[in-house]
Each structure stands twice: as structure tokens, then as C-alpha cells.
Design a protein around this ligand. Structure first.
Ligand SMILES: *[C@@H]1O[C@H](CO)[C@@H](O)[C@H](O)[C@H]1NC(C)=O
Ligand SMILES: *[C@@H]1O[C@H](CO)[C@@H](O)[C@H](O)[C@H]1NC(C)=O
Ligand SMILES: *[C@@H]1O[C@H](CO)[C@@H](O)[C@H](O)[C@H]1NC(C)=O
Ligand SMILES: *[C@@H]1O[C@H](CO)[C@@H](O)[C@H](O)[C@H]1NC(C)=O
Ligand SMILES: *[C@@H]1O[C@H](CO)[C@@H](O)[C@H](O)[C@H]1NC(C)=O
Ligand SMILES: *[C@@H]1O[C@H](CO)[C@@H](O)[C@H](O)[C@H]1NC(C)=O
Length: 405
């Protein structure tokens, strides 16, 4: 009787579950089920996968696309490995049933863009793909759960920094071996758990000091650094070694691999061997400035102010009334120091001040602009006797007083 029961139970179990997919190994470590199908020559995700699977490994196959049905109903799946396939496409909502998924390994594939909607993800490994862009909302669903993000060895020139800055639980951020040129200041401020930040081999000329770096000890080495510290790797970047990198020079060093790319006298020198006092910035020096400029009322005017310095100075303009000029419907302030007024008015006459500033100081210059009145418009009253031009000049004249703003 007992035997019969056991046979019936076994039969029932076999009927409920799916058979193990061909050439795969299925481990039923009750209550969880792991299916291992690595190096089995798969071209697709097998259809006959038990939907209760908890761990699924499909690495080193020839899967090219992830389809909607591949992981449908796999609500128990915690760990999915698709590394080392040839995946170039993940169809929308392909992962939408994986509500419990914690780790997704997609490294060494051919992905060029990524969008995964997963709410509990902790580990997202996207290393060694061909990613060239990441949409700003790609990580929105797991901003607060993600602990480990690996974007290394891709083609990323831009990273959605706003999103990165909101990964409040992140511990490891690997962005090495990409084409990143710029890290915005303050982006890591809220990443209190960050312990490892790898920016090796990008195109960074500088790395701004971050409030996070000031709060916790930052090490440039992993060996022997205390647990509650951040290890920052930045070798293999074309570092511009001026005073802005002094904070980095003051870190505990690892080895002598990092070199400076510029300025010329520090080029190719080992970062850690350059004395702190050689990390210099040069204050701005005005090299070119518009002379006294005359413009006819209503015509455009262009005021120029060029400054050299290290780092590259920013130029701001102050109006004759002492106001900082910004881009508006009438004025454009260009990063190269040019101020363009596209329609001048008599009220624009006066002394404009340009201020060039950088980390080492500032320098100011004055450009006088004289706007001259248009002779044939200057006197509408005398012209109003002429019936042909009167309406036109009245229009101009009313515009002169009311269209200046
Ligand atoms: C998923 O579940 C739905 C509803 O139970 C079912 O209709 C569908 O066939 C299942 N899909 C797969 C791939 O198992
Ligand atoms: C002046 O420039 C602004 C912004 O570039 C533009 O919107 C506006 O039409 C220009 N005005 C004239 C008269 O060209
Ligand atoms: C003003 O606009 C120009 C042209 O669109 C742009 O290049 C420049 O950076 C802007 N300046 C500021 C201060 O935003
Ligand atoms: C600055 O840039 C603007 C817009 O690109 C250009 O029109 C202007 O000629 C430039 N000025 C100088 C001094 O190079
Ligand atoms: C600009 O400054 C110069 C020198 O201080 C002065 O002679 C000139 O009157 C000023 N121009 C205007 C329009 O205030
Ligand atoms: C402009 O018109 C007024 C009278 O309305 C006259 O007194 C003045 O001389 C005129 N000025 C010129 C420059 O024509």
C-alpha cells in the first residue's frame, strides 16, 4: 500500500513538472529548482523549462534574441545567466514576469542598447557588450535595490548620470573600459554604500572631487583598504594634471600605473611620482577683447572677450547696469566668450564687463558699446509731414520705445 502511494506521488510530481530540457542538467534542491544549460549549443531559450525554476544558467550558447515567451510565467526565478551568447536583441517585456529576479548576467553579448524592466534586481552585469547608450529611465525600476552594476567594456561615451546618482544601494559600480569623457560633479553624493568605483580606461581628463569622497576615506588601492572605504580606480585615462586633480593625488596610492596626459611638462609622467606642488592651475589672462564698439541702433553687435588659463576659463558678461547677462531673446552668451546682441537699442550703450574665471582666479575686461541712433528714424515728427512714410516711421518710432525689452 505504501509503495503504491509513493509511486503515485512520484507520478504526480513528474506530471506537474516539466521534463529537463535536452542536454541540460536539472537540480531539484527542494524546494528550489536549478536548470543548467551552459555550452549546449542552444540557439534559443528552450521552451520546456519548468516555470518554477529558481536558477537558470544559459551561458556559452548561441542565443541571439530574447523573446517575450522565453521567460513568461517564471515568477520564481531569482538568478538568470545569459553570459557569452550572441544576444543582440531583448524584446520589450521579455523579462516582465521575472518579478523576483535578483541577478541578471548579460555580459559578453552583442547588446547595443538596454532596457530591462525589473523591480527587485540587485546584480546587473552588462560587461563586454557593445552598448553605446543607456536610456535615462533604463534603471528606474530597480534604483533602490541595485547593489552591483557592471557596464565595463562597452562603447559608452555617455552614461545617464542622473540615474546613476539615484542608485542609493549600490556597492560596486564598474564603468571601466568605455569612452566616458566627463563625470559631473556631485553625482555620487547620495551613494552612501559605494565601496568600489572603477573608471579605468576611459577618456577622462579630470575627475571632480565629490562630497562622497570627502565624507569617507577614498583609496586608490583595494589591498589593505578598510572595509568602510571607497576604492576608486582611474588609471588609463588622459588625465590633465592641474590643481583640480590635487585631491586625487592626495589619496592612498596603489601602484604607479596612472600617468598624466597633459599639461605638456607633466605628460607621460607617473601620477603618483609628481610632487603635489606641480599640480598647478594658471589664472585667466585676457588675450583678446573687442575694442570700443559702435553699432547702429537695431543692428546686431558682437562683443568678444578671449581668455587663456588652466583650466579653461569661463567667461561671463555684466551689463552696464551691473547685471549678469544670460541667454535671452535678444542676447546670446557663448562659451568662447562672445556676447551677441542681435537687435541693439540705444539703451544698450555703455561699458560692458567680461569676467573670465577659473579655479585659479579671475580677470576682467571692459568693452564700451556705443549705439548710435538711426538718422532717418531719429525724428518722426518732421517725417510725419510726409504722407508716404509717416505710418512706417510711426511704427518704427513706437517700436523704439516699446520693443527694446
Ligand atoms: C503562462 O501562463 C498563462 C496563464 O496561466 C498561460 O496561458 C501561458 O500559456 C503560460 N505561458 C507559458 C510560456 O508557460
Ligand atoms: C534674436 O535672437 C533670438 C534668439 O536667438 C531670436 O529668437 C530672435 O528672433 C532674434 N531676433 C531678431 C530680430 O533676429
Ligand atoms: C547660450 O546659447 C548658446 C547657443 O545656443 C550656447 O552655445 C551657450 O552655451 C548658451 N550660454 C549659456 C550661458 O547657457
Ligand atoms: C564664438 O562662437 C560663436 C558661435 O559659435 C561664433 O559665432 C563666434 O564667432 C565665436 N567667437 C570667437 C571669438 O571665436
Ligand atoms: C566707459 O568707461 C570709460 C572709461 O572709464 C568712460 O570714459 C566712458 O564714458 C564710459 N562709457 C559710458 C557709456 O559710460
Ligand atoms: C526733430 O523734430 C523736432 C520737432 O518735432 C525738431 O525741433 C528737431 O530739430 C528735429 N531734429 C532733427 C535732428 O531733425
Amino acid at each position: 500500500m505504501d509503495r503504491l502511494w509513493i509511486s503515485l506521488l512520484l507520478l504526480a510530481a513528474a506530471c506537474r513538472g516539466q521534463p529537463c530540457p535536452k542536454r541540460c542538467m536539472c537540480q531539484s534542491l527542494s524546494p528550489s529548482l536549478a536548470i543548467l544549460c551552459s555550452k549546449t549549443g542552444l540557439l534559443f531559450v528552450p521552451a520546456a523549462i519548468d516555470r518554477r525554476t529558481v536558477e537558470l544558467r544559459l551561458q556559452e550558447n548561441f542565443i541571439t534574441a530574447v523573446r517575450r515567451k522565453d521567460f513568461a510565467n517564471m515568477t520564481s526565478l531569482l538568478h538568470l545567466t545569459l553570459s557569452r551568447n550572441t544576444i543582440s536583441q531583448i524584446l520589450p517585456s521579455a523579462f516582465s514576469d521575472l518579478r523576483r529576479l535578483r541577478a541578471l548576467h548579460l555580459d559578453s553579448n552583442r547588446l547595443t542598447v538596454i532596457k530591462v524592466g525589473l523591480t527587485n534586481l540587485r546584480h546587473l552585469i552588462l560587461a563586454n557588450n557593445q552598448l553605446h547608450s543607456i536610456s535615462p529611465h533604463a534603471f528606474d525600476d530597480f534604483l533602490s535595490t541595485l547593489e552591483d552594476l557592471d557596464l565595463s567594456y562597452n562603447n559608452l561615451a555617455e552614461v545617464p548620470w542622473d540615474t546613476i546618482g539615484r542608485l542609493t544601494n549600490v556597492n560596486t559600480l564598474n564603468m571601466d573600459h568605455n569612452l566616458i569623457e566627463n563625470v559631473p560633479q556631485g553625482v555620487f553624493t547620495n551613494l552612501h554604500k559605494l565601496a568600489r568605483l572603477d573608471m579605468t580606461s576611459n577618456k577622462l581628463k579630470k575627475i571632480p572631487p565629490d562630497p562622497l569622497f570627502l565624507r569617507i576615506p577614498v583609496y586608490a588601492k583595494s589591498k589593505g583598504s578598510p572595509l568602510s572605504s571607497l576604492v576608486l580606480s582611474f588609471g588609463g585615462n588622459p588625465l590633465h594634471c592641474n590643481c583640480e586633480l590635487l585631491w586625487l593625488r592626495r589619496l592612498t596610492r596603489e601602484d604607479d600605473l596612472e600617468t598624466c596626459a597633459s599639461p605638456p611638462d607633466l605628460s607621460a609622467k607617473y601620477f603618483w611620482t609628481i610632487p603635489e606642488e606641480e599640480f598647478i592651475c594658471d589664472p585667466p589672462v585676457l588675450t583678446r577683447k573687442s575694442p570700443h564698439t559702435v553699432a547702429m541702433e537695431g543692428q546686431p553687435a558682437s562683443l568678444k572677450c578671449k581668455a587663456n588659463g588652466d583650466p579653461e576659463p569661463e567667461v561671463h558678461w555684466i551689463s552696464p547696469e551691473g547685471r549678469l547677462i544670460s541667454n535671452s531673446s535678444r542676447t546670446l552668451v557663448f562659451p568662447n566668450g562672445s556676447l551677441e546682441i542681435n537687435v541693439t537699442s540705444l539703451k544698450d550703450s555703455g561699458n560692458f564687463t567680461c569676467i573670465a574665471s577659473n579655479a585659479a582666479g579671475e580677470s576682467t575686461g571692459r568693452v564700451e558699446l556705443v549705439v548710435t541712433a538711426m538718422p532717418h528714424l531719429a525724428n518722426s515728427t518732421s517725417r510725419s509731414r510726409d504722407p508716404g512714410t509717416a505710418p512706417l516711421s510711426r511704427t518704427y518710432s513706437s517700436c523704439l520705445t516699446s520693443c527694446n525689452a
